[in-house]
Each structure stands twice: as C-alpha cells, then as structure tokens.
Design a protein around this ligand. Structure first.
Ligand SMILES: [Zn+2]
Length: 317
C-alpha cells in the first residue's frame, strides 16, 4: 500500500501538466529574456555560448536533434544565429517551427546602413570586376530586409518579452499568468535600466567612435550615440583592404576617440586601424561572451555596453 502511494506521488510529479515546458533559447540575450519571463516556472536551455559569434556559430547533430524535441525554441532569426531560421520547420528538427523574435509584434526594425564606412560593398558599384567569389555572399546579405541585431534596443527586448510570454502560455497555459506577470516586471525593470544608461552616457554621447562590426545601431539610436563607422560589415565578414583604409580615413577625419574590438573576434585588425592615430582601444560585447547566462544577463549585457563606451569615450580606459 505504501509502495503504491509512493509511486502514485512519483507519477504526479512527472505529470506533464505540472512540468515546465522544454524551452531552448538561441543566444545569451534571448536566453536572458526567456529566463526572466519563465522565472520560477523553469529554466530555458541555452543553445550557443556568448563566446561564439552570432554569425559564425555551427551546430552539432545532437543540438539540432534537441531543437526538434523542444516544446518551444526562441531565436532572433532573420539571418542571425548562423541562419538557424533556415532549418525552422524542416525535417531535421521534426518540423518544429522556431519562434523568430525579430518578427515579434512591437519590435521596431531598422534598415541596414549603407554608404560611408558602414557599407563593405560601397566600392563594388564603381564598376570593377565582380567575379571574385564574394558575389554570392553579397547577395545573401541583400535579402536581409532589416538589421537583425534587434535585441540591442531595450524597447525591442520589452516587446520580445511580451511575445515570449504569449508563446509560453500557448505551450503551458497553466502558467500563462505567471509568464505574463514576469514579462511585465522585466519590462518595468528594463525601463529603469534604460534611464540609468541614458544618464550615464550623456557626457560621452557626442564622441565619435568606430565599432568592430555593424551590430550596434539599435543601441546607438536608442541612446543617441555618435558612431562613425564599423571595421566589418553587418555580417562580420572580413573587411577588404579598401574598407580598412576607409576606416583609417574615418578615424582621422572624425578624430574618433575609440575603436572597439569584440571578444568573439581576433583583435589584430583593430590594432591595425588604430596604428598611428590617437584613438584608444575598447571592447564591446554584443552577445555576452563573459556573462553568466540567466534572468539578469540581458540587462547586464546593456549595462556592460554602456560601461565600456563610457570608460573608453570618457578617456578613463
Ligand atoms: Zn552581428
């Protein structure tokens, strides 16, 4: 009798109605938002460590099979995460459709920047030979209808959190109210963080600087910063010699205070463009290479970006 009672209890605990859904999030900032929305209900799994580039990541067969078994998979999508969106709904993931948060209601997208030091292909229009093997990549980029680094605007993160709560509620209606309440709390605390960042960046917001790859326009727009260009383009492809000289020109012209490398990439090229200029070297991490993944990671990512910008542009680093 006692045995029976025990196994009945065990059965109850294992009941799918009570278990948290199996949720996978693609990158640290997405995982941070999803963690905050799940709260005490459960923890999402993180697919890619922050030390990997969002553009260069590769996936093992085990990871791909795992995606097919999850209840919900959240990604940024739109060409990011090494084109994870392309296998969404495919046979390799059991037909599982991933939730692309860049498409969530309320997410404001920005067009891809072109011209000046922003566009790697600006010089290709000058009419020289296109048969050097980059044509296809340029094409693939061409299909991007907006800049996919949408998470770097806290306003978008709020919209993403609301969308995450709605998706989770579909998979797990019993906890729907908890998800919604957590998303609202996340949004409110994000408003505070954004106000803090605005105040802390105010003294340096007009200082020109160069970033490693063109990932930050959402952050720059939100906080009114004065970015002058990027070494590498929106997909972090290796810059051409032409682009490097253009960046050097830009540093001299704008008297850029800083050039920022990224922990996901080799910094040699940053040293090269800085050489002979008065620009300092800083670090910006759009993905959270050194962050502890979890419910605070998203806000910490923004705070770290702000702290790095302030330290370098303010001249104390
Ligand atoms: Zn990127």
């Amino acid at each position: 009798m006692r045995l029976l009672a025990t196994s009945f209890a065990a059965l109850l605990c294992a009941s799918p109605a009570l278990a948290a859904p199996k949720v996978i999030a693609s990158v640290v900032p997405v995982h941070g938002i999803v963690s905050a929305v799940m709260g005490d209900v459960g923890q999402p799994e993180l697919l890619l460590s922050g030390a990997m580039s969002e553009h260069r990541a590769t996936f093992t067969a085990t990871q791909i099979a795992g995606l097919g078994k999850a209840d919900v998979v959240f990604i940024i999508g739109h060409g990011l995460e090494a084109k994870l969106a392309q296998i969404s709904g495919s046979e390799s993931v059991n037909g599982k459709a991933f939730v692309e948060l860049s498409e969530a209601p309320g997410v404001k997208t920005l067009p891809i920047r072109e011209g000046g030091a922003w566009d790697a292909h600006a010089h290709e229009e000058e009419g020289h030979d296109h048969d050097h093997g980059h044509g296809e990549e340029a094409h693939a980029e061409g299909v991007l209808s907006f800049d996919p680094h949408v998470w770097l605007d806290p306003g978008n993160a709020k919209a993403m959190a609301i969308a995450v709560a709605a998706e989770l509620a579909k998979a797990d209606p019993a906890n729907g109210a908890a998800y919604e309440a957590n998303a609202k709390a996340f949004a409110a605390s994000l408003d505070k963080t954004s106000a803090e960042i605005t105040a802390s960046l105010a003294p340096v917001k007009d200082k020109p600087y160069i970033v490693f790859h063109d990932a930050y326009q959402y952050f720059e727009n939100r906080f009114g910063l004065n970015a002058a260009g990027s070494i590498s383009d929106i997909s972090a492809q290796a810059p051409s010699a032409e682009r490097l000289s253009e960046v050097r020109r830009k540093i001299a012209e704008t008297k850029a205070a800083c050039v920022f490398r990224e922990p996901q990439y080799d910094s040699k090229v940053v040293n090269t463009v800085i050489e002979g200029s008065s620009a300092r070297e800083g670090v910006l991490d759009p993905l959270g290479a050194e962050l502890t993944p979890g419910p605070h990671a998203y806000q910490q990512l923004l705070l770290n970006l702000a702290a790095s910008l302030k330290a370098c542009l303010g001249g104390s680093a």
